[in-house]
Design a protein around this ligand. Structure first.
Ligand SMILES: O=C(O)c1ccccc1N[C@@H]1O[C@H](COP(=O)(O)O)[C@@H](O)[C@H]1O
Length: 216
């Protein structure tokens, strides 16, 4: 099985090139002003053009309004929407249909009940992305926090056309074990390949991608 690898929070051309060189499948551009990884429309347009046809471009949004999403899709020529807030199944389906793009729904997980919430998104989202629950008042992701992988081990993603993904606290040192223990077909990493918040490290990007293709 070819593992999907998404590196999120790309905001510079060198880090984008590092993802392509390391053969990641997706890069994420964060359209959430509270994030240290937020990109402007101008940055997104440049990065989106460089990425075109070389790697899939994912736009990350947190309960964003229609115009924010429409402007980002147009600027970066996004291939995928990643909805990382409290978007309902109806909102996910509406955005996917409006933009003609697959939509990934991120769900924060701390219990089996949180994982079961994915059922409501079958047929609406093309993928469910399980991430750790973060403390109140902090970012809803990108915090380097992991959850108990046992909760999603062997997850059956029927009804999600693109399957499912694992995020939260992944890095070069634990991604192989995470894949082996959960069977996740896609892994997503942001802070685990950074030297400081929002600053990607090209060596860590390469190490993460290599480790993800070498299950423990
Ligand atoms: O990366 C961010 O800044 C971010 C902000 C708001 C929501 C999600 C965000 N990132 C996503 O969070 C997960 C886990 O990140 P990490 O690897 O634990 O740092 C990942 O899906 C990112 O896409």
């Amino acid at each position: 099985m070819t593992i999907g690898i998404k590196i999120c929070g790309i905001s510079t051309a060198p880090s984008l090139e590092a993802c392509i060189k390391a053969q990641a499948s997706h890069v994420g551009f964060v359209f959430f002003p509270k994030s240290p990884r937020h990109v402007t429309l101008q940055q997104a347009a440049v990065l989106g053009a460089v990425a075109a046809g070389r790697i899939q471009r994912v736009g990350l949004f947190v309960d964003a309004d229609d115009s924010t999403i429409a402007e980002a899709v147009a600027a970066a020529k996004l291939d995928v929407l990643q909805l990382h807030g409290s978007e309902t199944p109806e909102r996910v389906a509406q955005l996917s249909a409006r933009h003609g793009l697959p939509a990934w729904k991120a769900l924060s997980v701390a219990s089996a009940e949180d994982v079961a919430r994915a059922d409501a998104y079958r047929g609406a989202a093309s993928m469910v992305l399980f991430d750790a629950k973060t403390p109140k008042g902090t970012l809803p992701g990108g915090m380097g926090l992991a959850f108990d992988w046992k909760l999603v081990a062997g997850y059956r993603a029927g009804g999600f056309a693109q399957g499912w993904g694992l995020a939260g606290g992944l890095g070069p040192n634990n991604v192989a074990e995470a894949i082996t223990r959960t069977g996740a077909p896609l892994v997503d990493c942001s802070s685990g390949v950074e030297s400081s918040a929002g600053v990607k490290d090209e060596t860590l990007i390469a190490a993460f991608c290599k480790a993800a293709r070498s299950p423990a």
